[in-house]
Write a protein that binds this ligand. Sequence first.
Ligand code: NAD
Length: 475
Amino acid sequence: MIRVDQNYIDGQFVPVTGEEIVDIVNPADETVIGQAQLASREDARRAIEAAARAQPRFARSTVAERIALLERLQAAMLAHADVLRESSILEYGGPLARSQWVANYASQCFGDVVRTLANYAFERPAGLDGVSTRRMVPVGVSGLFAPWNAAAGTIASKLAAAIAAGCASVVKPSELSPWQAHLITRAIHDADLPAGVVNVVTGRGADVGAEIGTHPAVAKLSFTGSTPTGRLIARGAADTMKRVSLALTGKSASVLLDDADLRAAIPLALGAAFMNSGQACVAGTRLLVPRSRMDEVVALVGTAVNAMRVGDPRDPATTIGPMVNRAQFERIQHFIRRGLAQGATLVAGGEGRPEGLTHGWFVRPTVFADVRNDMDIAREEIFGPVLSILPVDSDEDAIAIANDSIYGLQGYVFSSDVARARRVAERLDTGTVLINRVAPDLLAPFGGVKQSGLGREFGAMGLEAFLEPRTITVA
Ligand code: NAD
């Protein structure tokens, strides 16, 4: 049995003082594989105090010193990649390939930030000729919040940017991923950082999260999670004017133009919709299809989705693993029922577990056609393997429907004509648009517009999220 009962504070693993114990459940078979003792507010305060003690000295560290720390973290994460992959499969139900990717990414993002840092000019001339300089300085102690659906990747990428900037941090992983968080913390410990530069407390949002989110010693919050929680974080931050970056909910559109090569585009569009078993903020869950090509697309999508393997996440042939828990399973069933009730046409999947699977939080990958953009399945983030296909009459119509959402995280455009695709992409109200690809550029800015978030991660903008300009003007 796995047992997680330690926080990481001031460079040491210390016993959790919180009293709540939660089961760690393998979502593929619903067996209890361990228990985690959740941190308390008091634990969070101790972690913040440790970070605050480390901050002044860390803020004065040189770029070369920070690069050395980041390289040690990169190596330590790589050395733990196998256990990180296993914990993602067992605790989260992540399919093998996805879990391997996340485990590798947890290391790679430290390497990526080193590239950014090595080329970043912290001091630059500003204002009138020769009079002013502006130096980018660390914002201060940072609270880093991670969701359960990409635990290792989110924790590592936020930490990479905070350390690169010279910010000590308190990490608050999701209470639904305590084992993954513990293993990442072991890797962090092996990198032998100065005490207090990284602290990790896994607890509930309502107490541990709220403590970090409102404590006066915390200067910056970098949050990834849902839009409703993001609102709470932003409100709580206002009293002490914390700087806030929010990476939130998505309801991304995949725009298929009428010249697209369907043999190439449909597998990519399905990759976008069903990545991470559909539990992805950037999932392309609205597929916008020209009416002229609708029949072809529906036939191809239906055949491909009916052939998707759902089951044991460890099996390399599996595309869709279990949902993380019963609540997610029920949420997806609810939306499938809403789709049917609101008149969408079921093309594949439907309610209940796939045939032959009697336990585990498995759902049927589901596709609806004849979806209108005012239906719940087109407006709300389902966070599971459910794809809506919507007909469009022109590129203009596709752009209007894609933009008719309170969210704006990522968009996808598929076309044989990249210049035309780019013209469409330029008009999508999203933080990122991927043309004829699903893989992101992890050194380019990433983040949402509208209610999908505030600020950007990755690359120089991701680094600057943990920096502030100080201008010095000389007489
Ligand atoms: P969530 O909002 O429920 O929780 C995210 C984190 O916030 C967790 O660590 C949680 O404990 C904490 N939290 C909850 N209440 C809090 C409070 N009052 N104060 C401080 N912290 C609090 O999200 P989730 O269910 O864990 O993750 C799924 C959501 O995250 C989806 O909406 C998904 O789209 C989004 N997400 C966004 C991105 C992105 O980059 N935009 C990436 C991954 C996930």
